[in-house]
Design a protein around this ligand. Structure first.
Ligand code: GRF
Length: 206
């Protein structure tokens, strides 16, 4: 499965994908890593593993649509087309129909909360501050709203009184590193079928 991974930050989710591929348990090839931040540590991970990467600064573009067209171009040029998948792994941008139209039902995102609760950039802290007893992470297909779209898989972690986002965040992140590669593997096996708002996980080989 040819994939492109989009990052904005440390790229620990990217690392989990790289590791699973290197271990031979994720049947995918990262054709390109794109960062919209010049100093994202994800770029260092790309270099270390010899994976092609590109820094595309959104501030260099006049509109979201212009940025998205450039993004589409570099991803398709890298060989991620109709048979591929785009993975947002800590990519802090909302994409437009220009991007989603080019990769229909082929863009997934990971969010550090149980959607539809606590979307946004502080999902872990928001859940902890609210006082929930369970939080977690969500891998979902991407639509034009932030942290929104058909849910592929969720993982849950317990949350106790007195724990804040700093305590909960790493616990969730550890789980993210398990579910994101799993979702990619299912996609590559052709097992994810979108039925309206629902994603069905089909039995392998059927
Ligand atoms: C993760 O918590 C992800 O769910 C969120 O941003 C964080 C990125 O972490 N969208 P990393 O860059 O993968 O380490």
């Amino acid at each position: 499965l040819p994939i492109a991974v989009l990052v904005s930050g440390s790229g620990s989710n990217l690392q989990s994908i790289i590791d699973r591929i290197e271990e031979g348990v994720l049947d995918a090839e990262i054709k390109l890593i794109v960062s919209n931040k010049a100093r994202a540590y994800g770029i260092e991970r790309a270099k270390k593993h010899g994976i092609p990467y590109k820094v595309l600064l959104h501030t260099d573009f006049r509109s979201r649509e212009d940025f998205d067209s450039a993004l589409v171009e570099c991803i398709t040029d890298a060989g991620v087309g109709e048979d591929g998948l785009v993975v947002m792994a800590g990519f802090m941008r909302i994409v437009t129909s220009v991007f989603l139209g080019a990769f229909e039902n082929r863009v997934i995102n990971i969010h550090p909360a149980l959607l539809p609760s606590f979307p946004g950039v502080h999902g872990q802290a928001d859940a902890a501050d609210y006082g929930v007893k369970i939080s977690g992470c969500t891998v979902h297909f991407v639509d034009e709203q932030m942290d929104h779209g058909p849910v592929i898989v969720q993982g849950a972690v317990p949350c106790q009184a007195g724990e804040d986002g700093d305590v909960l965040g790493p616990r969730i992140l550890k789980l993210e590193h398990r579910v994101l590669p799993q979702a990619i593997q299912w996609f590559g096996e052709g097992r994810l079928k979108i039925e309206g708002r629902h994603v069905e996980l089909r039995v392998a080989g059927r």
